[in-house]
Structures are given as C-alpha cells and as structure tokens.
Design a protein around this ligand. Sequence first.
Ligand code: EPU
Length: 435
Amino acid sequence: MDKFVIEGPRTLSGSLTVGGSKNTALPLMAAAVLAEGTTRVTNVPDLRDVHTLSKVIRVTGPDVTVRPDEHAIEINASTVDEPVAPYELVKKMRASFYMLGALVGRCGRARVSLPGGCAWGPRPVDLHIEGMKQFGAEIELDEGYVVAKATGGRLSGGTFRMEPSSVGATVNLLLGAVTARGGSKIENAAMEPDVVAFGEALKKMGAQIDGLGTRTIEIQGVDALTPIEVRNTPDRIEMGTFMILAAMAGEPGEPFEINNGNHEHLGQAFKDYFRGTGAETKYTDEGAVVTPPETVTPVSIRTETYPGFPTDLQAQWTVMLATADGEATVTDTIYDDRFKHVPELQRLGIDVTVDGNAATVRGGQPIKGAQVMSTDLRASVSLVMAGIVASGRTDVLRIYHLDRGYENLATKLRSAGANIERQQYDEFAEPERKA
Ligand code: EPU
C-alpha cells in the first residue's frame, strides 16, 4: 500500500492548479452510454474513480479509451449488449450506480448491484429506485442487484419529488428520462454545478431538458441521443480545498494563486464563510488569488445543498479551524456521521470533539506529527493538510482513498513548498522493537 510522509511545518507559496471535476466527469461518462457512437470528454482527471467507471462501462459493451496524457476519455457506445453492473466494481465506487439510469435509458433494462454502505454511513439509494419506478420502470431486487425493466424498452416518464434533494438520484433519473416515451418532472432536484454541467451535455446530445440549476427539472423524452465532444468543468472541491489550504498554510500577506478553477461553482455560502476567516480573496477568470491572514479567524459552518457550503469541504475546514484563534463548529446537515477524520486529527494533537452531526474545534493548540489513517477521500486530504502545518513527521496511511479524487496531489503540493513524499509500506508489518 502507499502512504504519504510529510515533514512539517511548511509555509506554502506560489500557486496550485485545479484539475477536471471528478463528480462531473463520472455522470458525463455515464451519459456517453446513451448515444450510439463515440463521445469524447476532455479535462478528465486521471483518478481511480474514472478508471473504475471505465471498467464498469466496458462490462456493458462499449470500448472505453482513457488517455491520461491528454486528460481525455473516449467512449464508443456503438454496442451496449450486456446491461449489467457487477458487485465487484459497484462496491468500489457508489457512482457506478449511475449505470442504472444509463442502461435503462439506452437498453430499457438493467441489472445493477446495490452499492452497500460507505465509510461514514448507509448512504441509501431508495430515491434512485423510487424515482425510476415513478418514471415507469418495473423494479425487483434479486440477490443484491436492482433489476429494472421498462415496458417496450423505454420508460414512460412521470413525476417524482425527492426528499432530500439528491445529486446522484437527479443524475440517474435524468439518464433514464431523456429517452423516455413521454415527459418527466423531477421536483426538489439537485442544483449542484456538477448536475447542471452534466444536464447541459445531455442537451448538447439532443436531450430536451428545462430547469437545470433550479429545483424543478422537466424533461421531454427523445428517440435517441447523438455522441458529442464535451469539456469537463474544473473540480470545485479541489478548488475549495486549495483555497482553504492557502488560508491556513500560506505566507500571511503573500498572494497565493489557485489556477484553472471556476469560482462560480463554489457557491455563495463558501465564499461568504471564507471571507470571514480573514483570507483576502480576489476571484478571477482563472480561479482565485488568496492572501492568507496572519491568523485565521474561526468561522462556524453548516453544510447544505448547493449553493450552500459543500459537505465535501467540511473535513478540510475542520483542519483550518485547528490553526485558528478560538473555537468554531462544523455542522454537517447532509451526512450526520461524516466525521471519521476527527479521531485521526486528535492523534495530531488537534482539540476537536464530535457531538451528533457537529464537530467543535478549539484552535491554537500545537499540532504535532503522528501516524494517521485515511478513511475516505475528503477525510484523507484533511489529514494531509494537517500534516503540512504539523511539526515533525506525519505518515498518512491508506492513501488509495485520496487517489480516488486528487490527481498528483503530492507533486502539486511539493511545487508549492510542501515536504511530502509518496512511499510504499507494508500495512501488516510488525512494529520494530526499539532498542
Ligand atoms: N439520499 C437518500 N436516498 C437516496 C439518495 C440520497 O436518502 O436515494 C440522501 C443521502 O443519504 C444524503 C443526501 O440524500 O443524506 C444527499 O446525498 P446525494 O445523493 O446528493 O449524494 P451522492 O449523489 O451519493 C454526491 C457526491 C458526493 C457528495 C454528495 C453531496 C458524486 C459521485 N458524489 O454523492 O461526493 O458528498 O453528492 O454533495 O457526485 C466526494 O466527492 O467525496 C463525495 C462523497
């Protein structure tokens, strides 16, 4: 297995560059399955999740060519003849469940493994399934698989109100509804920029969709979609991660550039909270320039659906609060148990406690290097950020979680002045006896 070895504390300077969005690339890849012919997606990050979905798509028939050097992916979906997403792959990545909508939309039937739980809780898919039923699919559960069939090979269309609003269910229902025989309506739909960019791509493929970026999306089914070439959006979570890192580990008073990001995708809440930390920020066409404060002002946040503060940035915010002057709270209203990073942060000396769905951080305590364990993607990047400001050596174990969503993180961070190396290690090695 691989780990990061970080020597700190280090002050970062210069710039960091944002890659393509993971959470937009995945639905764009699923969309390609709907159209006969080759769809090419560019600005695709070279990430484990992208490779996992490529494998899932290949199982169903298409040729998938990943071109990491070009950050591009080509999906030739001329043939989709095995509408199955097997457990072995779906269990590795929940977004594989997008194959339900993609395969029902393309073939009128699908057999897709249920994803199971995730590191921080059950994360159900009931809305995906109920929505599909409302749009006309017959659904059965068979040995851990969702088996969906649309009479006559196409969904009929319908209306579905989701509660709570779900990114994944909105994507899945759009995938199914764009080729339905009739019209469909999704109420309380997700407004996240990832969903909007994906919906815009579907429109470019010939889908008829109104209301993207609002809570009500209406779809009029069409007979078939055509393949396209589409550029993926920048990763808003990577951008937010780098901004938080700049505020907590950058040289106070020295501008730090975040390049290739789209600040509009951050959402207003993040920008407002971020301003409260004392980091001066100039948003540009290229991304953002963050001038770190002498000491971060503690700001309590609450995660919400877009344009609220993203849950995918709360672990990073928690670490920044450890460097702040005072106490603040991080409340997650999307996932009430997403705090697996907290016991690891405590190992570094950070004064943080969890009560229900909120973590309270009392900043200003010395942060000291230690061995810590990654539990999920965003938790692991928060540990890396803590390692950069900690004194001494921090080993972040099991970074395969991090490889799911941050491309070349160590190389990027080194270019900004971090002392971070990737090393292989034996997870099961016995500790050595110290003489
Ligand atoms: N929910 C249900 N039933 C469902 C679906 C969702 O109750 O059928 C609930 C969830 O338990 C949660 C809420 O609805 O409380 C919102 O979950 P959502 O479905 O929006 O999440 P998701 O689609 O599974 C995506 C991102 C996540 C991100 C969430 C929230 C992708 C591939 N994943 O997940 O990203 O945290 O939206 O914004 O887009 C990450 O990148 O690290 C990551 C986990």
